[in-house]
Design a binder for this molecule. Structure first.
Ligand code: ATR
Length: 285
């Protein structure tokens, strides 16, 4: 049977939709993969206001689009509008990868959790989610994807700390008894025994204060990762490295989450390489 992505004769066309969208790095990722695979596709930024989203997404298949990535503020609306959705999108409550069938049907997926796990497998091949409890800082949209992925990967429990405790409680109610809500003020001691430590807050991003987390109690086997990738080495990762803990930076999550879209729309499984990292960071080769 032929591959559904290439069985139709629509153009090899996709994009990323958000508001604002000018700073999206996704077109750089796709341009790199088009060059690498020889696929003559196009992937463009689509600046779409929230009030226009439904109209635009319904029109895109008519314009030949095979799909889109969606980002803020469309991640929840696109799931609500979809005709069907993956288990991950449903569990996370938001979508980031939309397949547009030629007949107009909309399929929603969320690949953020997949990207998170693939990045860890890539950057720390001996890492095993099941080895011990995880400590997750933050309870926003990114946290939902990370929690879903860690649970799926076999984390026995997840200690969840968020500045606003009520948001962590809401996630615990959603994801079930393997989530233990920890007070934000108690996050340092919650590192004890945690074999996976993840920052999903915006702390540590360029222009924001650093995440303050003492790693003294963390086991020597702990893996520390940050979903922030600008800067690549956050203060958290620098502190972890200084303690000889394994670290994985956040850029790979962005790169790996793009792979399922490329696969679905263009029929090839693209690779994440140092050259792709350089292309996205804008460094000269
Ligand atoms: P995203 O979708 O990227 O996760 P978000 O939903 O805005 O973004 O979530 C941001 C996260 O960073 C939240 O967990 C937020 O904590 P609150 O729920 O208490 O707002 C966290 N965060 C942002 N600024 C913070 C700060 N100064 N101190 C502690 N946590 C912070």
């Amino acid at each position: 049977m032929s591959d559904p992505a290439t069985a139709d004769n629509r153009p090899l066309l996709a994009g990323v939709m958000g508001w604002p969208i000018a700073h999206s790095k996704s077109p750089l990722i796709f341009a790199h993969w088009f060059a690498l695979t020889g696929i003559d596709g196009a992937y463009i930024r689509l600046a779409v206001r929230p009030e226009d989203f439904a109209e635009v997404i319904r029109a895109l298949p008519k314009a030949g689009f095979r799909g889109v990535n969606v980002t803020i503020p469309h991640k929840i609306t696109s799931l609500e509008m979809a005709d069907d959705a993956s288990a991950a999108a449903r569990a996370i409550g938001a979508a980031n990868t939309i397949r547009l069938n030629a007949d107009g049907r909309i399929h929603a997926d969320n690949t953020d959790g997949y990207g998170f796990i693939e990045n860890l497998r890539d950057g720390a091949p001996s890492w095993n989610a099941a080895a011990g409890p995880a400590l997750v800082l933050g309870a926003g949209g990114a946290s939902r994807a990370v929690i879903h992925a860690l649970l799926e990967a076999g984390a026995p429990t997840i200690r969840l700390a968020n500045r606003s405790r009520d948001k962590a409680e809401a996630l615990a109610a959603h994801f079930g008894p393997r989530i233990d809500v920890i007070d934000w003020a108690a996050r340092d001691t919650a590192t004890a025994g945690a074999t996976t430590i993840v920052n999903t807050t915006s702390l540590g991003m360029t222009g924001k204060p650093p995440l303050e987390l003492a790693l003294d109690d963390a086991p020597t086997t702990a893996l520390v990762t940050d979903i922030v990738y600008a800067p690549l080495e956050t203060a958290l990762l620098a502190a972890a490295r200084a303690r000889d803990l394994a670290t994985v930076d956040g850029l790979g999550m962005l790169l790996h989450q793009a792979r399922p879209g490329f696969r679905a729309w263009f029929g090839a499984d693209p690779v994440v390489t140092p050259a792709l990292r350089r292309a996205v960071l804008g460094d000269s080769p």
